[in-house]
Structure formats: structure tokens, C-alpha cells
Design a protein around this ligand. Sequence first.
Ligand code: GLN
Length: 197
Amino acid sequence: GLKVGILALQGEVSRHAAALRALGATPVEVRGPADLAGVDGLVLPGGESTTMSKLLDSSDLRAPLAARLADGMPALGTCAGMILLATEVLDGRADQQSLGTIDVTVRRNAFGRQVNSFEADLDLTWDGAAVDGGPFHAVFIRAPVVEAAGPDVEVLARVGEHPVLARQGPTVVASFHPELTDDLRLHRLFLSTFEEN
Ligand code: GLN
């Protein structure tokens, strides 16, 4: 079966692990380069992107992770994980460095300035077709706004005009937390990118 890493430096790990296990994959907590070397793909979870960025350096994961991503390793970034995978981060801290894996510009903590958290039912598409099973109930927690997406990025869901789920090849990013609901469709779609890889 597939071994799927979950970046376990900080943030929400166990619910992603449960979702992956429910789909028949083997979740592996990734805390250092040796863990990363053994996985077929990686989930970058929600949490605090500035802290995670610093921990990528202190764990010596940044360079090997950048190399695996450049090599086409599938990656799913949720919320703070989306920020880490973005090309450009607005309102980031000066010492915060993203990996630049997907051509999106995100603004931290800017989704609905009045509310820290909200939920929305999303219509998902994948490869240009509606995803079966009806709307996806999505939980947003101090979520990043996608302010721009490049031409190679497929937008898979929006809230208003803002993309909240996007894909570029084997890189999938969500501004929300798919691991906080029992809907496994997004994790399943992510695992489908491993076969294409
Ligand atoms: N606001 C957080 C950040 O900027 C992300 C929040 C989350 O992952 N739920 O890193």
C-alpha cells in the first residue's frame, strides 16, 4: 500500500492519519529527513505556518522536502500547509519562507475579516468534472485567501470569487480543513494523484 507522510512538526496530524488509514494507506509521521525518505507523498497539515516554516529549517527538512517536491512527490497542503506550498505569501512574517510548489498567491488570516472561523458547502470539481456525492462541507479556521492563481493551476472549488481548493499536477491545496469532517473524498482524490505519478 501507499505510505503517506504527514508533516508532524506542529499542527493537526492525527485526523489526517485517520482519514488516510480509512482509505487503506499507511500514514507516517514525518519529523526529519529519514522519515521523508520513506514516504510516497506528504500531507502538510493545518497549524501555524510561521512556526512550521521555522521548524522546517531546524528539523533539516527544508532542503530534502524541496527536492522531493521538485521531483513530483504528491503533496496535500491544508490551511497552514497551503501557505507553506504557495509561491507567494502576503501578510507573512519576514522570516517565513514558503516552498513555492504551487503557483498561487495567498494572504494569511484574511478570509472574512469579521470572523476567525466559518463553514461552507462547496461544489467540488476534479479534472474539469463535478465530484460525485454532493456538496463538500468545509471548515475554515483563520484560513488563507487565495488572491491569485497562475495559468497552470486548476481551481477545484471557490467561496465567492476566491479559490479555496486548487491543484497543480500532484500538488493539491485547500484553505479549509478536510480532516475535520468525515468526508473522505478529498483525501481519496489526493491519493488518486499517486497513480498518475
Ligand atoms: N492562520 C494560520 C497561518 O497563517 C493557518 C490556520 C490553520 O492552519 N488553521 O499559518
